[in-house]
Structures are given as C-alpha cells and as structure tokens.
Design a binder for this molecule. Sequence first.
Ligand code: IPM
Ligand code: MN
Length: 335
Amino acid sequence: DGKFRVTLIEGDGIGPEISQSVKDIFTAASVPISWESVDVTPRIIDGKSSIPQETIDSVKRNYVALKGPLATPIGKGHVSLNLTLRRTFNLFANVRPCKSIQGYKTPYDNVDTVLIRENTEGEYSGIEHVVVDGVVQSIKLITREASERVLRFAFQYAQDVGRPKVRAVHKATIMKMSDGLFLSIAREVSKDFPNVEFDAELLDNACLKIVSDPTPYNDKVLVMPNLYGDILSDMCAGLIGGLGLTPSGNIGDECSIFEAVHGSAPDIAGKGLANPTALLLSSIMMLQHMNLYEHADKIQAAIFKTLAEGKTITGDLGGKAKTHEYAQAVIENMK
Ligand code: IPM
Ligand code: MN
C-alpha cells in the first residue's frame, strides 16, 4: 500500500490511550505509516522473561518501533522488559533531548539539552551476586566495543545535527578503570571528528552546573555510560517539566525503538486523563529517523502550539482536557 510498516508496542497502563492519540494524529496528518501492533507480555521461562517471538520478528522486519510504557518490577522478579528490548535488538545508543516547552512554566525557559546514553552495559549488565551473607556485588561492565560504538554514534550525531560539541560525562576520578576506559576511548574517537569539539566533565559537577544554569549546555551533546545517562536524563527532564514531556530514541544498527520514558501510571489508566506528549514527541523523533521531516515538522508545530495556547492541556500540566480532547486540539492546530 506504499506505506511504511511500523511496529507499535502500546504498553501497560496508560499505554493504549496515549498510543491512540498518536494513531489519531498520524491519520489526520496523512503520515504514510501503517501500524503493526504487537504484544510484549513476558513469557517466563526458567525465571527469565522473554519477549514473544512474533514481536521480535515484527521489529526485525519493520526496523522501526514505537513503544509506550512497560511496568518494571522492583527488586526480585523478572528483568525489566524495557531492558530486554534494548538488549534483544542491540539498541546501543539512547538519545534523550530535553527542550523547554513554551507555555509550560519552569524555572528556566531556555533549556535545550541533548544527552546520549550508552544503552547496553555498565551497571545495567545484570551481573549481580551474593559474595557471602550481607555482602553483594553488582558488576559495572564497560567494554571497548560498546563504548566506542556509542561514542562514534555521539560524534556522528553531533556532526549531523549541527551541534558540533561533544562532552563526555564521567567519574573517572573514582571509577578509574571503567570510566577511565570510556574517557580514553572518547579522546581517541574525537580525533576522527576534527570538526567536532570535544571535552569532558565530571558527572557531579555536570549535575551542579546544569541545574544552576543550563544555558552553557544548549550547544553540546553529552555522552556517558548507562546509569549516569539514566539519572542525568531524568534530571534534565525535570528542568522542563518532567518525563511527560520528553522523547527518547533507542538506536541500533539494524532497528530502533522510540519510546516514552515515563511510567505506566496505573492510578489513572483507562480514565482518559493521560498526557500523550512524551509518546508523541518520541513518534516525531521516529519520523525524523525515517526521513519523514515534513510530517514530523507539521505535527511538532501543532503540539507546541497546543501546549503554548494552554487551553486544551491535560491535568498533569494544570489543564482539564481529556487525552482525546488534547489530541483533537493538536489535529485542529495542524489545519
Ligand atoms: C529509562 C527507565 C528504564 C531504565 C527502566 C524502566 C528500566 O528508567 O528508560 O530511563 O532504567 O533505563
Ligand atoms: Mn530512567
């Protein structure tokens, strides 16, 4: 039918409602995409969760997926499906931009950070064990291969999007070996990108500086190991109003999954109250990734207009609109 097929993982809780908003807006914008909805309900085999084979096949066949929130168990229990997805498809770079939303007031109105997080290893490698009773080890695994891959991606990205300054964020003063390796590879890779400026900053200092004044970060691409990226990306999201407003893209060599990073919000699920903005902005990153720039620009402008007007916004942003009313307002603003 001349359309690009995209895998849709609606997710848990509010996932189906916010996915519906994306579908409605894409239809109204005549985006040449047809959705293939798949289920990721874990099948637990020998205590390990695994994604249904049909889902894996769908993402591999379509190369691109959009994903809503999947609930993650705390402590004991199956490994987070979010992580399983990232690992299954080797989605090694996680791109997380945070840009101030006009009309939604926060202490700063000019935030524009871009963070790239290593997405497959570090503290997320899942290697943990009890040494003796009361003593446990969780291994932070850093490899040359994964570090180089994400660092090359970050430099290439910085060059491609015209934001030619890469800053590696690390704690090599303490994590001498793991972060030391990451940092030395960053220096090596930087030599291959003479048009991209490179420097490095300690993680704690970066946190202090960004919350004190984010402006100096508006021209940089920050790149860092997995857990630092997890934490620092939430901190940046906090500067613009939270995870309900920030997109995210998990990029691999073969396929990519764009996802809302917020939770499944079981307390409001099914009530039509959820804010679909994070998933919508993720779907715009997806359209850009697919070179569908016109559609991306059109939808993005309508979202920003709707938020700036502030008449038809959801409860989390201080409004009274239902999810579908907000989506409808975005559709009106595309006309
Ligand atoms: C994120 C989330 C995940 C993570 C959770 C849900 C496993 O917080 O995407 O940042 O820790 O990476
Ligand atoms: Mn997180």
